[in-house]
Ligand binder design. Sequence first.
Ligand code: CTP
Ligand code: MG
Length: 220
Amino acid sequence: MPGVKVSVLLPAAGSGERIGRGPKAFLEVGGKTLLDWALEGFAWADELVVALPPGRNLDVPGIKTVWGGKTRQQSVFNLVQAATGEVVLVHDVARPFVVRAAVERLLDAVRGSGAATLAVPVPDTLVQEASGEYGAVIPREHYRLVQTPQGFRRELLWNAHQKALAEGLEFTDDAQLVRWQGYPVALVEGDRRMFKITYPEDLLLAEGLAQVWSSSPRPR
Ligand code: CTP
Ligand code: MG
């Protein structure tokens, strides 16, 4: 996005409870921490800000840090407060593989509309669970799985965060917060390689992908 300063905000303060091996950002995949993967993937950004879990430090020159909060939303609040770019991209460190082409698509959309997120189609049949039984089938073509990064004009995201804090509302991502404020959020085609590491078995997938990433100079 020529001429517009872009800050990349990395919430890395989660405790990684579902994997159960400590803060996820510091788990290693392909010999590097998830945080290092994300920092490398966004090395082009004008500004990088990382939200850290309590007691963790990051001594990388040129990278700003803030403390994370109890929830993801609180961590992102602290990140947006510290950011100075006109546009901010919020990206979960739990998604180590950053596909540059998808990020470029997202930036184009943010330039056009002020708010956008990456999202991918639902690959499986989607069904309601009703007391352990197969319930109504949801028409999956009308649904998307939401990824990060999500991009916004900084002022827009900052206002939404301040209002949510004032009202005591918590959302699981930033697109919801902005949409709650009545502002439309564009859906941009994501990339399945940008999946979120959530459960222990996701680390196996990530190890496989890490090999591809390291063996070909610019696979993305
Ligand atoms: N995150 C954060 N601050 C929190 C909670 C989450 O910065 N208080 C970040 C995580 O570090 C991660 C992203 O938000 O990069 C998405 O969160 P998730 O995948 O849920 O990670 P964890 O919260 O660490 O995992 P779990 O929910 O299993 O504890
Ligand atoms: Mg979590």
